[in-house]
Ligand binder design. Structure first.
Ligand code: CMP
Length: 147
């Protein structure tokens, strides 16, 4: 069965002009993009999106980074989308990704463990939460509309 996950290109990816290359990787890997929006996130939106990391030492840097420019947010769909997108983006630390996963998206456009250029939901629970965080279902059906 088809599964949806949230894919986000972070400010460094958008600014570095990686959007088209990343979308090509997504489509070439068999995903369809069912929703897409570019958005400048503010502090409270990032804090709420990353609430599970609120106590981490890197949290304030993360908020600063994620508000530093627009992000491209997409809902992508295919069988096994959640695990497959995570595998495609590679490890959190982009520096490591360049060594251990040279074909990954983070090896392509990330810099380090913070500036890792893309996000992917890590479980069905977070995919559901993160998709509804940015998009909402229309009243008529399962069409997603911008939140
Ligand atoms: P992401 O997969 O979007 O989920 C949480 C984000 O926090 C992560 O990508 C990084 O951008 C950031 N992050 C995770 N670990 C660290 C770390 N050790 N130092 C700085 N930033 C981090």
């Amino acid at each position: 069965f088809k599964e949806k996950t949230l894919a986000m290109i972070k400010p460094d990816g958008v600014e570095g002009k990686y959007v088209d290359a990343i979308k090509e990787i997504i489509l070439d890997s068999g995903f369809s993009i069912t929703q897409e929006i570019e958005r400048q996130l503010d502090d409270s939106t990032v804090k709420s999106f990353y609430a599970e990391h609120a106590s981490k030492s890197f949290f304030s840097n993360l908020v600063q980074y994620m508000t530093s420019g627009p992000v491209r947010i997409m809902v992508i769909e295919k069988e096994n989308a959640i695990a497959d997108w995570r595998a495609l983006i590679g490890p959190t630390d982009a520096k490591k990704a360049k060594v251990t996963h040279p074909d990954s998206v983070r090896a392509l456009c990330g810099l380090n463990s913070e500036r890792n250029c893309v996000h992917g939901s890590d479980s069905p629970q977070s995919a559901a939460r993160e998709i509804s965080f940015f998009f909402q279902k229309s009243q008529s059906g399962d069409d997603l509309t911008f939140h």
